[in-house]
Design a protein around this ligand. Structure first.
Ligand code: ZN
Ligand code: FE
Length: 260
C-alpha cells in the first residue's frame, strides 16, 4: 500500500494536497481554498472525493468547500471553530482518524489562528508526514494573526517533536523569501546556503520546494531554532533587547520578518 499525494497549486502561492491509496479511487483533499483545481485533479486521475480536511478558517483554505460538496457528498474534518460552519467531523488534539488507509492523528497548533490544527500520519514502510497548513512553512512560519508568540512557539515545538524524517506538507510556496530572511538571521549557515541553492534550482524548473523534511527544517528554519545561540544573538542584536526565553526570541524574529 502506498499513499499517493498530488500537489495542486492554487491562487498565487497556495498548495492544496490531494491524497489517496494507490489503486483506490477514494481521495481526500487538504485545505481546498478553490474547488476548480481540485475537481480537475480528481477528474484527471479518475478519483472520487471521499473527504475534506481543514487546518484553519482562512478563506484560501476553506473557500472551495461549498462547491466541492455540490459535487460530492463527503465529510468535512476540521477544528472546533465558529468560522467554519461546513465542518461535519470536529477533531481536536489526540483524535485519530483513518483516511485512505493511513492513520492520522490531530495536533492542535494555535498561533497563526486560534483554531489551527495539523494532521500527522506515520504510514507503515513510508515516511511520516504532516499537513500543517499555515503554521510551519519551509524555512518560516505563519504570521501571528490570532495567537501569541508563546502559543506559536509551543505549536512549532510540537511539530518539531515529530520524527526526523517527517515530510512537511505546508500550504504555501514561500520558501525562497523565507530563506532570504533565514539567511539574514544566520548568515554563516552552510545548511541555509545549500538549501537556498537547491530550492532556487527547483523554482527555476517550475517545481515546488515542498514538502520539506523536518530534519532540514530543524537545521534551517529560524522559527524552530529560537533556543539556539546564533538565533538568540541575532534577535537580541536586531531588537536591541535582552531576550529571556525562546518565545521572546520568536516574537522578535517574527516582527523582524513582518517588516523584512
Ligand atoms: Zn492562513
Ligand atoms: Fe494560507
Amino acid at each position: 500500500m502506498t499513499l499517493i499525494i498530488h500537489t495542486i497549486p492554487a491562487f498565487q502561492d497556495n498548495y492544496l494536497w490531494l491524497f489517496h491509496q494507490s489503486g483506490e479511487r477514494a481521495a481526500f483533499v487538504v485545505d481546498p481554498g478553490d474547488a476548480q483545481p481540485v475537481l480537475e485533479c480528481l477528474a484527471r486521475h479518475d478519483l472520487e472525493l471521499a473527504g475534506i480536511l481543514i487546518t484553519h478558517h482562512h478563506p484560501d483554505h476553506t473557500g472551495g468547500i461549498k462547491d466541492l460538496l455540490a459535487h460530492f457528498d463527503a465529510p468535512v474534518y476540521g477544528p472546533n471553530s465558529a468560522h467554519i460552519p461546513q465542518i461535519t467531523q470536529q477533531v481536536g488534539e489526540g483524535d485519530r482518524i483513518t483516511l485512505a488507509g493511513a492513520r492520522f492523528s490531530v495536533l492542535e497548533i494555535p498561533g497563526h489562528t486560534l483554531d489551527h490544527i495539523a494532521y500527522h500520519a506515520a504510514p507503515e514502510d513510508e515516511s511520516p508526514l504532516v499537513f500543517c497548513g499555515d503554521t510551519l512553512f519551509s524555512a518560516g512560519c505563519g504570521r501571528l494573526f490570532e495567537g501569541s508568540p508563546e502559543q506559536m512557539h509551543q505549536s512549532l515545538q510540537k511539530l518539531a517533536a515529530l520524527p526526523d524524517t517527517t515530510q512537511i506538507y505546508c500550504a504555501h510556496e514561500y520558501t525562497l523569501s523565507n530563506l532570504a530572511f533565514a539567511t539574514a538571521v544566520e548568515p554563516d549557515s552552510k545548511a541555509l546556503q545549500e538549501k537556498t541553492a537547491a530550492d532556487t534550482t527547483k523554482r527555476q524548473q517550475g517545481l515546488p520546494t515542498v514538502p520539506s523534511t523536518l530534519s532540514i527544517e530543524r537545521e534551517t528554519n529560524p522559527f524552530l531554532r529560537c533556543h539556539l545561540p546564533t538565533v538568540v544573538q541575532a534577535a537580541m542584536q536586531h531588537s536591541a533587547c535582552q531576550l529571556q526565553s525562546p518565545a521572546e526570541v520568536l516574537r522578535e524574529i517574527r516582527l523582524w520578518k513582518d517588516n523584512f
